[in-house]
Design a protein around this ligand. Structure first.
Ligand SMILES: Cc1cc2nc3c(=O)[nH]c(=O)nc-3n(C[C@H](O)[C@H](O)[C@H](O)COP(=O)(O)OP(=O)(O)OC[C@H]3O[C@@H](n4cnc5c(N)ncnc54)[C@H](O)[C@@H]3O)c2cc1C
Length: 402
């Protein structure tokens, strides 16, 4: 059996960065991914092809989004080779510097300046660009911002989409079939494969066991051995896997600092015009971002709101009503949905309050590493994928060559 230096659990943002950067440093890297591998043409033509959108294999659904319902909250996460990038809208934000002053961020690092170069690298790798044209829906959002006295904050979004091949079909979140969305399979994972990393789809890890020379990692039909393990199964997946593995001496902070990024969805039926899934945004106050989203061409639109603090969500209703006036629609529904579960494994120097150290190594287990949304301890108030990518770039840059 081939020797594995580093076994990465999950092929989303954190896992893909791990695969590329560690393979570049000469480690033999294997990635285990719970979901399928998709060609662009395997993806759904639209939301009506539910069996290609959702992941529930017991009832024949083998798509890209896993749905969990907990305490009246619906949590959506990406699944498949490329993780959340398969279903994400491709929106990239750098959070405000004040975000890193919130509870949970270890104060011994100046995260804002420390992450600055890694944000730049993440944007370059993910192909960030600005949405070039505004649709009628975007114009309505701009008028909404104006009516609420915040027009100077209105902006077209920054996205990882190649507009030379994008057809503006609006199906980014049910799967981009044109190849225009820069999923991780097209950047980090492709490059990781070129330097020797291997990705195994349909390999869900069920538990980990430490051994004298590294780790035993269990999937349904195999036990894998590796010197190092990188947990990159997402905030939910990594926290759950650590709980299930019941490693002695893990920090009591495991499972703390979990949050939803203050996310709320307001769905409406209105003509918003063609465009990418999330095409513009504004900020009704300094801590809140409201984005215009669409599924497919034009008719189903929703406002996605995120807040740095959960108590700020109350005024979203007011924003939605104003938007309805501008777009000429009356029907809408508020949905308790998030696609941004975060936290569960905060980083820090104190094992009583953090699961892993500032180099992302689990306290007490120096060959066990965490690189995903579980290390973000507080709402960012903006879409998190770029921050997860930047944090992972920072973490793996600190590894020695193999
Ligand atoms: C519909 C939708 C749209 C979104 N749009 C945006 C957006 O535009 N911009 C943005 O910033 N964010 C967006 N997000 C959120 C973004 O996708 C996540 O924040 C991001 O993917 C999290 O990255 P991660 O590295 O933590 O884990 P993920 O990208 O979620 O990757 C984790 C991977 O681990 C795998 N896994 C889990 N458990 C196991 C296991 N036990 N064994 C093996 N593999 C496992 C999963 O299948 C998954 O592939 C969106 C989310 C959704 C659902």
């Amino acid at each position: 059996m081939d020797r594995i230096d580093v076994l990465v659990v999950g092929s989303g943002f954190g896992g893909s960065v791990a695969a590329l950067r560690l393979a570049e440093k000469g480690y033999r890297v294997t990635v285990l991914e719970a979901g399928r591998r998709f060609a662009d043409t395997d993806l759904a033509s639209g939301p009506w092809q539910l069996h290609r959108v959702l992941w529930a294999p017991r009832i024949g659904m083998r798509g890209i989004i896993r749905v969990r319902v907990r305490r009246r909250l619906i949590v959506l996460t990406g699944i498949g080779v490329g993780g959340g990038s398969l279903a994400y809208a491709g929106v990239h934000y750098r959070p405000d510097p004040e975000v890193f002053q919130a509870a949970g961020w270890d104060r011994s690092v100046d995260w804002s300046s420390e992450l600055d170069p890694w944000f730049a690298r993440a944007e370059q790798m993910l192909g960030t660009t600005t949405v070039p044209d505004l649709s009628p829906g975007d114009q309505a959002l701009r008028r909404t911002a104006n009516a609420l006295g915040a027009v100077e904050t209105f902006h077209p979004t920054r996205v990882g989409i190649d507009f030379s091949s994008c057809t503006l079909c609006g199906h980014c979140t049910t799967g981009c079939r044109t190849g225009a969305k820069n999923t991780l399979a097209k950047n980090y994972l492709r490059l990781a494969g070129q330097v020797g990393a291997r990705v195994h789809p349909l390999a869900e890890v069920t538990k980990l066991r430490p051994r004298s020379d590294g780790w035993d990692v269990y999937t349904r039909d195999r036990v894998w051995h590796a010197k190092h393990v990188v947990l990159a199964a997402g905030a939910w997946g990594t926290t759950e896997l650590l709980r299930r593995s019941a490693l002695p001496g893990l920090s009591p902070a495991l499972g703390t600092r979990m949050c939803t990024n203050g996310e709320r969805l307001y769905v409406t039926r209105a003509k918003v015009g063609d465009g990418v899934a999330i095409s513009s945004a504004f900020r009704p106050d300094a801590a809140t971002t409201v984005q215009l989203c669409r599924i497919g061409p034009g008719q189903i639109a929703f406002l996605n709101a995120m807040a740095r603090d959960d108590h700020l969500v109350s005024h979203y209703g007011r924003v939605t009503v104003k938007f309805m006036e501008q777009i000429g629609s009356r029907a809408w529904a508020a949905l308790p949905v998030t696609g941004h579960p975060l936290g569960g494994c905060p980083l820090g120097t104190n094992p009583a309050t953090s699961v892993a150290d500032l180099r992302h190594r689990v306290h007490g287990y120096p060959t066990l590493h965490i690189a995903d949304g579980s290390t973000i301890p507080h709402n960012l108030g903006v879409n998190p994928a770029l921050t997860i990518t930047a944090m992972a770039e920072r973490a793996f840059a600190m590894w020695e060559d193999a």
